[in-house]
Ligand binder design. Structure first.
Ligand SMILES: CC(C)(COP(=O)(O)OP(=O)(O)OC[C@H]1O[C@@H](n2cnc3c(N)ncnc32)[C@H](O)[C@@H]1OP(=O)(O)O)[C@@H](O)C(=O)NCCC(=O)NCCS
Length: 177
């Protein structure tokens, strides 16, 4: 499969690229609308730019030619998370938001590990490893079966317990890297 599918180009996101994500869309579900709002929010609202400024989150846009295919983000948890075997807690890499544009979801067909979704996630997991994190975690709406299936296919497992945020029930997922 190597080399036959287009490779996305990762570009650091900053205020100069707001225009590129102004109309970014990744679906009509609450979590999809939240992701699109997050990446396109001006600095004064809760979103990518604020997260970069306040928490040092790394946000990357992924381009195919001029098109923004998706975005991925990597930060760290603000408090220690339990390790998968529950033996201890530690600060881990954290993915606050992640999305693939509606037109590009499931693409390229038959690409396996080279699917755009996996290229973006692979980039984040590599960056987390480079930053010496041993685990990466995230929170996902318990109704977001597509994202849960996607993360599970990449080795993430649910951690016990749910978190309620903005009236939504979120499950925590974790992968050892
Ligand atoms: C979640 C998201 C990033 C996944 O990207 P995608 O391009 O739609 O995913 P893909 O179609 O490439 O699927 C990748 C893998 O996920 C799994 N998957 C996809 N759809 C699934 C579903 N409906 N149920 C279970 N697993 C599913 C499969 O393992 C699939 O791999 P395969 O096709 O090789 O079997 C994308 O749908 C998205 O941006 N959603 C809106 C925003 C969002 O929910 N972000 C996550 C917030 S935490």
């Amino acid at each position: 499969m190597n080399g036959t599918f287009p490779k996305l180009e990762a570009v650091p996101f900053d205020a100069t690229r707001l225009e590129a994500v102004e109309f970014f869309e990744c679906g009509d579900d609450p979590w999809s609308l939240a992701a699109a709002q997050w990446i396109s929010a001006p600095l004064e609202f809760n979103g990518a730019l604020k997260s970069i400024r306040d928490h040092g989150t790394k946000v990357r846009l992924f381009y195919l030619g001029p098109m923004v295919v998706g975005f991925g983000t990597l930060g760290a948890t603000t408090a220690p998370w339990p390790a998968p075997d529950d033996s201890h807690k530690e600060i881990i890499g954290y993915i606050p938001q992640f999305a693939v544009h509606s037109d590009m979801q499931g693409q390229p067909e038959g690409a396996g590990d080279d699917k755009f979704s996996r290229q973006i996630l692979g980039h984040l997991l590599y960056a987390a490893k480079e930053a010496s994190y041993r685990f990466v975690g995230l929170m996902v709406d318990e109704k977001n079966v597509k994202a849960i299936g996607f993360y599970q296919s990449a080795g993430f497992n649910p951690v016990a317990g749910t978190v309620t945020k903005y009236g939504r029930r979120l499950i925590r997922m974790l992968v050892a890297i």
